[in-house]
Ligand binder design. Structure first.
Ligand code: NAP
Length: 281
């Protein structure tokens, strides 16, 4: 029941569309019987500063931050966890008595999905990542933090792949990292001796469910774990092809769940039940 002690949690982004976060977090609040409520706030870019001040003024316990505010919110915070600062994006803010601290739970979300849902050990492995925007950035830093041995980053716009690969190399010079174009040749050559493929592009997302990021099905093999961060549909065309090739596969739903669980824990100190969130989704 809502009373004077009820604390507010929320989501800020623009536009918000049909985010599942309110449903998931409010379900966990009810299940653990906590005195919180989670709301979605559409905040236009021009109003971001006012919204961050409102978190302080209203004593909001914490918020998730989504597109387009993940980077621009950083200078407005009092403190940013070192890894979130490194990747340059915050997706969770915790308000401790007026002091706002930023985190990025996408990284721990992806790591937990790989470890818990596929028992995949990143240390010493070789990965190919497709795409060079926010999701790729989070994926690359997750892999580097976990001491992967080698990353080949493929992107349609070559310059962006080279830039992001260069940025990772500055932070992790001991890891072999290269960026290149998303050509069938590069894809085939690099995937042949890789253990992990992470597609971070929106290709294959509903309604374009027949699309592949690269048309080179022969490159997929049984020694691979293939991860597609798209979660709608659950099994993209890429994952179907990977399954046919005997590879292990993971869709993006696990990352979505685990990053949310981590945010929830940062705010409330409690663990929501993974299975219940999986059921809802
Ligand atoms: P985005 O803007 O959706 O993705 C842009 C990237 O995809 C760019 O590198 C772009 O290449 C590439 N790309 C787009 N269309 C392409 C095509 N037809 N062929 C080849 N490459 C293409 O940015 P994002 O924020 O990184 O998100 C990517 C995806 O990850 C989205 O589908 C999002 O839903 C998903 N995601 C999932 C989770 C989760 O929890 N599961 C978390 C975050 C994101 P260029 O640079 O050449 O334009």
């Amino acid at each position: 029941m809502i009373d004077t002690k009820t604390r507010l949690l929320g989501l800020i982004g623009y536009p918000l569309g049909h985010s599942l976060s309110p449903l998931l977090h409010n379900q966990a609040i009810e299940e653990i019987n906590l005195n919180y409520v989670y709301l979605a706030f559409e905040v236009k870019p021009a109003d971001l500063k006012k919204a961050v001040n409102a978190i302080r003024a209203f004593g909001i316990r914490g918020v998730n931050v989504t597109i387009p505010h993940k980077e621009r919110v950083i200078p407005l915070l009092d403190e940013v966890e070192p890894l979130a600062r490194k990747i340059g994006a915050v997706n969770t803010i915790v308000n401790d008595q007026g002091k706002l601290k930023g985190y990025n739970t996408d990284l721990s979300g992806l790591k937990r999905m790989l470890e818990e849902d596929a028992s995949f050990v990143l240390k010493g492995k070789k990965a190919v990542i497709i795409g060079a925007e926010d999701a790729a950035r989070a994926a690359g830093f997750t892999l580097c933090q976990a001491e992967i041995a080698e990353i080949y980053l493929l992107n349609r716009t070559i310059k962006k792949a080279e830039q992001l690969a260069g940025e990772w190399t500055e932070y992790y010079p001991e890891i072999r990292i290269k960026g290149g174009g998303l050509s069938p040749e590069n894809y085939y050559r690099e995937l042949k001796n890789s253990n992990l493929l992470i597609d971070t592009t929106p290709v294959g997302m509903s309604p374009n469910t027949d699309e592949f990021p690269v048309v080179e099905e022969n490159a997929l093999h049984s020694g691979l774990l293939v991860v597609d961060l798209v979660y709608n549909p659950r099994e993209t065309a890429l994952l179907k092809a990977a399954r046919r090739a005997g590879a292990k596969t993971l869709g993006g739903i696990g990352m979505l769940i685990y990053q949310g669980l981590e945010s929830f824990k940062l705010w409330t100190g409690k663990e929501a039940v993974v299975e219940n969130w999986k059921k809802i989704l």
